[in-house]
Every structure is written in C-alpha cells, then in structure tokens.
Design a protein around this ligand. Structure first.
Ligand SMILES: C[S@@+](CC[C@H](N)C(=O)[O-])C[C@H]1O[C@@H](n2cnc3c(N)ncnc32)[C@H](O)[C@@H]1O
Length: 388
C-alpha cells in the first residue's frame, strides 16, 4: 500500500475525488515513472509475471511470418511493407518474424520495415539494441533514439497486436436494482483503496452495451474497454492497406457478458500466479499486471467501421496449424542440436497448441485491400461457427 504508485493514486483521488477504475488501471500499468509496464524489468518472461507465446519460442514468430508473407503477396508485394507491432516489448516477436521470413527465403525479408510501438523506454532501447546486434538495424522503421526516420503514413503493411489489447484500461460496471452503475476507486480513512458504485462517468458505457444488445443482470459486473476505439482509430490512421492481426484471450460479446460470468473476467498476475480476487488490483499497486478478456465483437465492428472488413476469427492453435507449424517443427528439430533445445521445442509447441492454454487464444484478422477468398492460410482450419 505504500508504493510510490499508490501515493500517486491517493494524490489524484485527494485532488479529484474517486476515480473510474479505468483511470486507476491506466495509472497502475502505464504511469510514466511507476507504472507496471513503464518501470521495472520485462514482465512477459520466465523470470517475470507471465509468459507470452513469442517469449516461449521463436517458432511462434516463424509461423506468423508466413501469415504476414501471404498478406504481403495479396497486397501485390509492396516495398516497403511496414509491420507495426503494438505492445512490442523488446521486439522478440519482430525478430522471430524477420528470422522466419529469412529462413523461408521470402522476398518480404528485404521489403519489411519493423515499427515497434511500445510504452516502455527501456524495452524500446533493448529492441533497438537487439536489432543492431543481429545486424538488422536497417529494418527498424523507427528507433528509440530517433536515428531511424518514422515511416510515411499511411503505409502498406500490417498491424500486429499480441497480448496487447487485454492490457488497455477497462471501465468496470455493475447492475444494481436494474440500473447501470460504475465502479470508482476511493481512498478510505486508513489510506487503503475501496471501490464504490457511482453514476456512470460517461454515457459511452451504456452506449457500448446498447450497441452490442447486451443486458447485464442484477448483480453482474463487467468490463468495458473504451480504449479500443482510439486504438482502432490509430490503426486506420497508419494503415492505408494491409492486415490487422490480433491475438489475445478474448470472447464474443454474448459470451463475454453472459450471466455465467457474474464477476467479469478481470484478473491480475504476479510471479506467474493469476489472482482474480476483487481486492487483487489494489495489492502491490504497480507491481502486478491487471488484465481483462478482449471483446472481439467490438474489435471487429470498430475495424470494419474504419474500412477494415473482417477476414476471419480462429484460435491460435488453428492459426499455427494453418501456417505450417508441423513443417516448422521439423525444421526447428533439425536445428535443435542439444537435448535441452529439443525438449524446450517440444514443450513449447505443446503449450502453443494446447486449447486450455495459449492454443485457445483467439485470433482476429481484418484487412483493407486484402482479398478474403481463398481464405488466408491461417484461417484454413477455422471452426465453422467462427466464419463471418
Ligand atoms: C502483455 S505484454 C505483451 C508483450 C508482447 N506483445 C508479447 O507478446 O510478448 C503488453 C505490452 O504492451 C505494452 N503496452 C501496454 N500499454 C501500452 C500502450 N498504451 N502503448 C504501448 N505499449 C503498451 C507493455 O509495455 C508490454 O510490453
């Protein structure tokens, strides 16, 4: 409770009164000095709080490289082709994609310019250093030090977001006696954080539920991510034509807001332990990840409204299968020259495909200027119910 970030939150509440949970989450994750993602070590690592697919094994990036390559071909092989990665961390996925393209002898390997979008200055610097160390500095479309010029916008290319949208701040709402209420964060007499229910701070919350045709039941709590709209705006501003590829734990709105999920989907992570308890966000503020499932229905609608029609939705396991994971596994096996590497490869692929783990993540593809038929290779195995 005495972290510098907790002090920042207390000061803001003292000055402005109780703050929306979304503002609390924004401060906790992204405060410029003390935020979970801006301060401290890399979080998505074995030593950190959770492990993402790119950090698990480069075979994930090698498979995505094939999907990106296909999009490049369907666009008529533009050069340059800018790959913007949102929440790029230290560029692990970008490096694996570049390596995958080179291993496939794809012409995109030379046309690609990688544009990492990352909040943490440390991770941005690390990314630039890693590209330079790999002799790939020339592929960076922008760099932490500003040596590489920003790409001309709008560009032809792709926007990739792996486990990024779930990190955007969410408003928390609850229905009480038939009325929509919003969770705001207050400070009690002992300086501790307490939740209160208030009038919604913006009509956009009820409007989102209306648009989705969702009616929450009495006592139900839910998350609403208003930050999805500005994100979709930024995609549309950057991407003149190309592919949007979102990978995350997400659900369609009717499922996300189903009454089976009376407490919503908000969860915190610390030291690889998930904690969904209601007081968890208020413990170790700034040292704990806070995340919620992504509303895929809204992501799809926001992109479509900005000129990026839906190309398909599938699971990560199916996307990887469609991108030739089996064949990539053979290639990687031949390269794994010691037992440790071979075992790591095997266990990583198991986790990437396991439907209860990373394999069950949702993948949403949308695009402008990309033919939807025949289906993109990553959609070759999509479930019939997900067609649309
Ligand atoms: C869960 S991590 C995923 C990292 C990486 N995409 C991966 O899959 O390993 C979320 C990343 O998004 C970054 N991030 C969070 N909010 C951001 C924002 N508003 N703008 C840019 N990056 C942000 C974090 O710093 C972090 O690197």
């Amino acid at each position: 409770m005495t972290s510098p970030l907790a002090e920042v939150v207390r000061a803001e509440v003292a000055a402005a009164g109780p703050i929306p949970f979304a503002r609390f989450m924004e401060l906790a994750l992204t405060h410029p000095l003390h935020g979970y993602y801006t301060a401290g070590p890399a979080r998505a690592t074995r030593e950190g709080d959770f492990l993402t697919a790119p950090e698990l094994h480069p075979i994930f990036g090698a498979a995505l490289a094939r999907q990106v390559h296909e999009a490049w071909e369907r666009l008529g092989r533009p050069d340059p082709f800018v790959l913007r990665e949102d929440g790029a961390g230290a560029g692990t996925l970008g490096l694996a994609i570049v390596a995958g393209l080179a291993a496939d002898r794809s012409g995109l390997a030379t046309a690609l310019r990688y544009l990492p979008v990352e909040l943490s200055r440390e991770r941005r610097t690390e990314c630039a250093e890693r590209f330079a160390a790999a002799g790939l500095a020339g592929l960076l479309a922008a760099s932490a030090g500003g040596e590489a010029p920003d790409p001309v916008r709008p560009f032809a290319g792709a926007v990739l977001a792996n486990e990024y949208l779930d990190a955007l701040p969410v408003h928390l709402v609850e229905v009480r006696a038939g009325a929509l209420r919003e969770v705001v964060v207050d400070v009690d007499g002992d300086g501790g954080f307490v939740e209160r229910l208030a009038e919604p701070t913006t009509p956009a919350l009820a409007a989102r539920l209306d648009t989705l045709g969702i009616e929450l039941v009495d006592g139900q709590r839910a998350e609403i991510c208003l930050a999805l709209a500005p994100w979709a705006d930024s995609v549309a501003a950057d991407l003149g034509c190309g592919l949007v590829l979102v990978l995350d734990y997400g659900r369609e709105a009717p499922d996300l807001y189903d009454r089976r999920r009376m407490a919503g989907t908000l969860v915190t992570y610390r030291g690889h332990l998930a904690d969904p308890s209601p007081d968890a966000p208020y413990r170790d503020v700034g040292e704990r990840d806070i995340t919620a499932h992504v509303d895929l229905t809204t992501v799809r609608a926001l992109l479509a409204a900005r000129g990026f029609p839906h190309l398909g939705t599938t699971t990560q396991a199916e996307l990887l299968a469609g991108c030739g994971l089996e064949e990539l596994l053979e290639r990687e096996r031949a390269r794994a020259h010691d037992l440790q590497a071979a075992l790591e490869l095997r266990s990583s692929v198991g986790r990437l495909l396991d439907p209860r783990r990373l394999g069950g993540f949702r993948v949403l593809l949308a695009g402008r200027g990309i033919a939807a038929e025949p289906p993109l290779r990553g959609l070759a195995f999509r479930l019939p119910g997900w067609r649309g």
